[in-house]
Design a binder for this molecule. Sequence first.
Ligand code: SAH
Length: 262
Amino acid sequence: MQIATIGRWGVSARVWPWQIFRRRFSRAATPPYLKAGLFNRFELFWRGRANDNIALVELLQENGTIKSDRIAHAMKQLDRGLFAPQGEIAYVDIPLPIGYNATISAPHMHAACLELLENHLEPGMHALDVGSGTGYLTAAFALMVGEQGYAVGVEHIPELVQQSIENVKRSKAAPLLESGHLSLHVADGRQGWPEQAPYDAIHVGAAASSVPQALVDQLKTGGRLVIPVGDIYQDLLVIDKQPDGSLQSHSATSVRSGTSYI
Ligand code: SAH
């Protein structure tokens, strides 16, 4: 039998007696992300949760988001807990706030972008990550292109770049940062990063209302650019530069990239 209670703001709600018991006596404090109303427990369950990074990547393999073994290997090497806010929440398949109005993308988005770019992240290739945020995807690119290749991240918030460098230093991608084959820079991503151009792979992590010309110019012939384009809802556009220099594009999926726009 449900009973009525008076909530903190005088709002009555019908709850089960055991829920009152749990609220009063549960020792587990409500985590801040639940208090902030960011996600409810049902959403966490629905989105897929894991207790550690390996289990998270296996979940993405089981549900078909990750098909490639190379991508699974790279993501297993990069503990998302080193890049995201601390605690188990890092292993839930949801984007998480990282401050400065930015988020670390959901693991399924990281995986989907890596899948779209896989053939352009072979050892020795050059990759650019625009809006690199936590540095997670830049580090994944670096692990895939290896020590003969280059992975460059560009982010316009200096504090996030500093933090991303710290994140990478703690990760398995640290030696590539050390050797200069992974680098993270403060810059306006709409200008790309000409130093390591042309790129086999360019990923844009923030929504754009149109495709910046500098990014198209810095894309290698045969290269691929993945960019969310649109105002409120975006199409994740996949743009391939053909041998004759022309562009061919298709939409991979419809996405919502939070509050970040380039
Ligand atoms: N993929 C990243 C973060 C995505 S959030 C991760 O998972 O960690 C998008 C990021 O793009 C934000 O950090 C935001 O600050 C950055 N950004 C937005 N506009 C930008 C611009 N013009 N130049 C560089 N970075 C930009």
